[in-house]
Design a protein around this ligand. Structure first.
Ligand code: DGL
Length: 208
């Protein structure tokens, strides 16, 4: 069995993709909605919630666990060794994909939860690989809420479209060559975001 967890419906995008390619193994999805959102929580709280989710999925029989949540992936280094051995975080592949698109010394933008932005989770990972890169981080906690309330590529209210217009306008003005959707919730809006960004490469953390 493979377990997948997130605070809510963000990781469902990762789960659906896994479900398409993994045919010979049971998949279980855990949405910790009772404790959502994670992005406004403290580091200690996020560590303890991630540990609890890993333990729960382990009890159910998971032999590998995808942390389909950038916020929880951000504290991966603070998990115990046995937890790290079973859990897979999602920060590094997105950082690498963005660097590939932006090129050496390129400009990268990241939209994420407040926790991920404040703690420079993606920025630190990108700068570890290319210290000449420029990374701009935007804490977009409201966008998490909008997705939980139903905003998606197939259902966007006018005020949500307006919000995306403003956000994408800001990102375009920043001159970024690549944008990381640094919260799996934003994968539900990936097409709407891509539409507004023209040639800026969009890296979807739920699709890597
Ligand atoms: N989907 C999450 C992430 O990737 C968490 C959103 C939240 O609960 O604030 O960071």
């Amino acid at each position: 069995m493979i377990g997948v967890f997130d605070s809510g419906i963000g990781g469902l995008c990762s789960f659906e993709r896994l479900n398409k390619i993994i045919k010979d193994e049971e998949l279980v999805y855990l949405a910790d909605r009772g404790n959502a959102p994670y992005g406004t929580r403290t580091r200690a709280e996020i560590i303890s919630l991630a540990k609890r989710n890993i333990a729960k999925l382990r009890t159910l029989g998971a032999r590998k666990i995808l942390i389909a949540c950038c916020t929880a992936s951000g504290i991966y280094g603070e998990l115990d060794e046995d937890e790290r051995a079973i859990a897979v975080p999602i920060i590094t592949p997105a950082a690498e994909a963005a660097l590939n698109k932006a090129g050496k010394g390129g400009k990268i933008a990241v939209i994420s939860t407040m926790f991920t932005a404040k703690n420079h989770i993606f920025k630190n990972e990108i700068l570890k690989k290319d210290e000449t890169a420029t990374v701009t981080e935007y804490g977009e906690q409201l966008l998490v809420e909008l997705v939980e309330l139903g905003a998606s590529d197939s259902a966007l209210l006018p005020r949500e479209a307006e919000y995306l217009d403003k956000l994408c306008g800001k990102i375009t003005l920043s001159g970024a060559a690549a944008l990381i959707l640094g919260c799996t919730h934003f994968s539900h809006l990936a097409e709407e975001i891509k539409k507004r960004l023209g040639s800026i490469a969009v890296i979807d953390t739920a699709a890597l």
